[in-house]
Write a protein that binds this ligand. Sequence first.
Ligand SMILES: Cc1cc2nc3c(=O)[nH]c(=O)nc-3n(C[C@H](O)[C@H](O)[C@H](O)COP(=O)(O)O)c2cc1C
Length: 365
Amino acid sequence: MGEPGPLCLADVAHLAEAALAADLWDFVSGGSGAETTLAANRAALDAVALLPRVLAGVGEAATGCRLLGTDAALPLAVAPMAYQRLLHPDGELAGAEAARLAGVPYVASTLSSVRLEEVAKVGADLWFQLYWLRDKSLVDSLVARAEQVGCQALVVTVDVPIMGRRLRDVRNGFRLPADVIAANLAEGTTGRAHDDVAGESALAAHTAAVFAPALDWADLEWLRARTTLPLVLKGILDPRDAVRAAASGVDAVVVSNHGGRQLDGAAPSVDALPAVVDAVGEHCAVLLDSGIRSGTDILRALALGARGVLVGRPFLHGLAYDGARGAGLVLSLLRSELRDAMTLAGCADVAAAATVSTVRNVRAR
Ligand SMILES: Cc1cc2nc3c(=O)[nH]c(=O)nc-3n(C[C@H](O)[C@H](O)[C@H](O)COP(=O)(O)O)c2cc1C
């Protein structure tokens, strides 16, 4: 009998690590500073222990749901991630194809290496992630383009006033190869992201040059008035910000520390989740990302009140391993793991998953 293929997301990660150049692996898997938050995301998820219900007559759980008005095969969207052509020549086209086939929303990054208009042609349920640029007319035109191509939500990332210091990238002198560009921005010029910048990551230098560091609530209110698309704020940890967001007409927040890539020392997002759900859960949807690596992790998030999750790095691992097929494999593993975890926990559907109780596993790694 032949070897079984990858059986879990960790298997896919190992295959991706073997396939990628060391500096690219570091760019994808690394975090900021001492990577305390990166590690804590995992430890905190492992510490959420579930209390399964029995004799619930479930048979096989159904994972389908609605996420912000989009029908989804499971409560998951692909996290926005920049420059996917670094991982596979088809980049975002392969990513969006995997999401389309799996029936989950694909969030296209402002820093996509394929133009939004091309990604839209793939036909996935598409959300657009907006980074606030210094040039407001560019922000305006990105929003117009997202509306034009039929994006179903706008995800505004609010935890990158500057880029967190990613020491692996600084040490590796990481920069973009010439053929990978920020295709959505002016004529694809990525400027400094291609340069060798002494003592700094080239991507951080590019961010500093292009992103607006002093984004505030007035900007958000301008955006709320500017578009009727559902608005999602990504990168919320403090319930006070969630309350302000809900009051500003935001439709959903993503409790996230950017996968441990921004403020090192920020709380694990799963630890911050319950207070945000308590504060705004009735007024806006609460999603979670940072460290989701299995169907059990998705169930943990649902049990703590999230409506769904975003998945980041594992999707890129799948892309690196086998393009659209590899990314699709990651999504189908997550779906079957979630179905099994829900069945084992006695949850017939996603609504029932929200009623599962948890305790703290103090012995978790
Ligand atoms: C390589 C890479 C690129 C990313 N690019 C973006 C981006 O362009 N916009 C954004 O909002 N978040 C970006 N993120 C953060 C993800 O959207 C997400 O918050 C994070 O990866 C979730 O954690 P996880 O990787 O542990 O699942 C990026 C993450 C990675 C790993």
